[in-house]
Design a protein around this ligand. Structure first.
Ligand SMILES: NC(=O)c1ccc[n+]([C@@H]2O[C@H](COP(=O)([O-])OP(=O)(O)OC[C@H]3O[C@@H](n4cnc5c(N)ncnc54)[C@H](OP(=O)(O)O)[C@@H]3O)[C@@H](O)[C@H]2O)c1
Length: 374
């Protein structure tokens, strides 16, 4: 079996890589996993992958196998995706192509728009156009938020709707555009495809190893990080008002669950589009209360969205001119849930209750919100 994976140095991609290697080992598959990975200056793509295969957070089964033996399953193609050539296309004939590389950036700033579009949509178009003649199937990792602003129950199909989704930012828009491109092109040429969409990715929750581990703290973790360090820096806590729709929630799904679903579903033909999400979004009010309690920032209130919001404190200004600006569209959006009937039949969704959510935040706090950059 041949599989190509992009984004293996990322939060999700690294866990997809772990799952594929584990599959090859436990199912005794003679497989090759091609990793399209870029170097970081003097740190070659191979070195970066080796770090991921030998860290304290690497799954035990892979550590036991050892880096050298794991390389018998691997072929690393050291390149930036924007510079990719098809020089290795004969080797990947008949491979499954899992495209997990992306630029996760929820910025609402106008000057970020073009970069976000190019890094997500343009790169997807280039690699699809370059490799589609050689591959067996194209699997695109989208985002559940490419649904745009929606109320009520959201089904798995986002590309046969009778309305245009309204997106909260350039990232959602670029991801939706990429998904649509993949679906349309594949239909035209008769190439099997899948669009698999995680919601907000949180720390590990399956099994016993390294629970709540996540290599990079994004989205809700960034809010926790902001107030954790503010609480540590200042003796006196200035008041902050969070603008929220109290009915809404943030859909969070553990990284190891997402990777397991992707690897157990990419060969299936019955789910061209699948949201890999929690069956219940985490209520925003509860989430904010738990985060602020855990990081020890107690001077905050919640308020409804208003058009004439004026900062009352310095910290409020700092928050809304940084991370708060990009999170606000998610905190004030309409409440919705996803239909997870099919997903739950593939792999039972782990329960994300208050205790588990708090454990995610606590893990990040104990680790000082320090990202692991290979
Ligand atoms: N994180 C989330 O909460 C979330 C939620 C829903 C969907 N997703 C989707 O899931 C996918 C994976 O996200 P993630 O969380 O793993 O993101 P991430 O941690 O930021 O990783 C992004 C990965 O893409 C690679 N990449 C980006 N541009 C590249 C380029 N030009 N050439 C080569 N590699 C490139 C990065 O390589 P470097 O290490 O070299 O930079 C890295 O491996 C993305 O498509 C994202 O849209 C993520």
């Amino acid at each position: 079996m041949k599989i190509i994976l992009t984004g293996a140095t990322g939060v999700l991609g690294s866990h997809i890589m772990y799952e594929i290697l584990e599959k090859f080992i436990t199912e005794k598959i003679e497989g090759t996993l091609f990793l399209i990975t870029r170097n970081k200056g003097k740190n070659s793509a191979k070195n970066r992958i080796n770090e991921l295969l030998s860290s304290s957070c690497t799954p035990k089964i892979l550590i036991e196998k050892g880096v050298e033996k794991l390389h018998s399953y691997l072929e690393i193609i050291d390149t930036d995706l924007s510079q990719i050539q098809d020089t290795f296309s004969s080797k990947i004939q008949g491979a499954y192509f899992i495209h997990s590389a992306g630029y996760v950036n929820l910025s609402t700033d106008e000057d970020q728009k073009e970069k976000i579009f190019n890094e997500n949509a343009k790169i997807t178009e280039t690699i699809f156009t370059t490799f589609h003649p050689y591959i067996k199937k194209f699997i695109y990792i989208g985002t559940a938020f490419s649904s745009g602003v929606r109320k009520g129950l959201i089904a798995n199909d986002f590309h046969n709707l009778d309305f245009e989704p309204e997106h909260r930012n350039a990232y959602e828009n670029a991801k939706f555009h990429s998904e649509n491109f993949v679906a349309q092109q594949c239909k035209k040429i008769g190439l099997p495809y899948q669009i698999l969409r995680p919601s907000v990715i949180g720390g590990k929750m399956l099994g016993e190893e390294n629970n709540y581990f996540i290599p990079k703290y994004m989205v809700f973790y960034l809010l926790a990080k902001f107030f954790h360090f503010t609480a540590q820096r200042k003796n006196e806590q200035e008041n902050v008002r969070f603008i929220v729709n109290e009915e809404t929630g943030l859909n969070i799904i553990p990284v190891d669950y997402v990777a397991k679903v992707i690897v157990s579903t990419f060969q299936r033909e019955d789910n061209q589009q699948l949201n890999i999400v929690h069956n219940k979004s985490f209520n925003i009010v509860k989430g904010l209360q738990l985060i602020m309690q855990e990081v020890g920032y107690t001077n905050f209130n919640l308020m409804q969205n208003t058009s004439d919001f004026k900062y009352k404190t310095k910290i409020e200004k700092l928050y809304y001119e940084s991370i708060g600006k990009h999170l606000k569209p998610y905190f004030t959006t309409d409440a919705n849930e996803y239909d997870t009937t099919l997903l739950n039949s593939i792999l039972e969704i782990p329960k994300l209750d208050n205790k588990a959510f708090l454990s995610m935040i606590r893990y990040a706090k104990v680790n000082n919100f320090k990202d692991i950059n290979v």
